[in-house]
Write a protein that binds this ligand. Structure first.
Ligand SMILES: [Fe+2]
Length: 297
């Protein structure tokens, strides 16, 4: 067995007493994008769940009536980018109010956000900015996650980021940071394997080492996406098919923790819906394969 898998096995044995988090989505889902809405409503594709960009909905990019119609037919997950979860300014009360109303009225199976900051001193960024992995940031982010969980009356999932630089101030690895934050705040995890792969290539951070540090039974969703190569770096563009390396990472994850719902996350250069369905089926096949292995074992 490769060394990385031995480390993962040891970690898993230590964590066997943790409670498996189940948020209500099953199988391979798709990100719901506006250009595909009509097709989804017309054809009722065989997709177990859809993830909605809640900021798009709250910002008026998706009508309430349409979202309610989708919600009647499919299990939904809300995915956010605008909460400024790790920011140092107070949360925007208007955004929180509208988020809570949406969660209360549509009751999505999962609510997720990124472990990042998106604004500082009133300036909003278009990028998801990572925080330095310090003890102080663990306390800060955990406290902010707990505030949101208390407000919404449910656990949320936090997602790991793609990163392009390292802070000199960091005192621990990303995996150790996320593990500590999730345990302190008792939140779930959304593991984006493409982000982890981008970090492996750009920063030399091992994807298996990263997974080994995470409490895998807190992982309630996997993101699978594509990247773009530019000037020798990988950019997390969500604009292409899932790469072979990310499929391999997904297989590895399933060896360790089968039956975690997975999502094809494709935002830019959107292809025909049928292409997304093919990617979804590929993810479902892997989930089914390792689910069968688990049942047989
Ligand atoms: Fe993601």
């Amino acid at each position: 067995m490769p060394k990385s898998l031995v480390v993962l096995s040891l970690k898993l044995n230590q964590q066997n007493n943790l409670v498996m988090t189940n948020f209500g989505c099953h199988g391979a889902g798709l990100g719901l994008r506006t250009p595909h809405l009509r097709e989804v409503l017309r054809d009722n594709p065989d997709v177990p769940w859809f993830e909605v960009h809640i900021c798009n909905y709250l910002g008026g990019g998706l009508s309430k009536a349409l979202l309610e119609e989708i919600n009647e037919r499919y299990t939904l997950s809300f995915h956010g980018v605008n909460l400024n979860l790790a920011g140092i300014e107070p949360f925007d009360p208007d955004y929180l109010k509208r988020l809570k109303e949406a969660v209360d009225s549509l009751n999505p199976a999962m609510v997720s956000e990124h472990a990042c900051f998106t604004a500082i001193n009133g300036v909003h960024f278009h990028d998801l900015m990572p925080v330095p992995f310090t003890k102080q940031a663990v306390l800060h982010l955990s406290e902010r996650i707990s505030m949101i969980q208390d407000l919404l009356g449910r656990q949320i999932l936090i997602e790991n980021l793609s990163r392009y630089y390292r802070y000199d101030e960091s005192e621990m690895s990303e995996g150790a940071f996320i593990a500590e934050v999730s345990e302190r705040s008792d939140c779930g995890l959304l593991l984006d394997l493409n982000n982890a792969y981008v970090n492996q290539c750009n920063l030399g951070e091992s994807i298996t080492g990263f997974m080994a540090e995470l409490p895998l039974d807190r992982v309630a969703e996997i993101h699978l996406a594509g990247f773009t190569e530019q000037d020798g770096q990988l950019i997390d563009t969500h604009g292409s098919a899932v790469s072979e390396e990310v499929w391999q990472a997904f297989r590895l994850f399933n060896q360790l923790e089968p039956d975690v719902p997975a999502l094809i996350e494709w935002d830019n250069n959107l292809p025909e819906f049928s292409v997304l369905m093919e990617q979804r089926q590929q993810a479902q096949n892997i989930l089914d394969e390792y689910s069968r292995v688990k049942e047989a074992g």
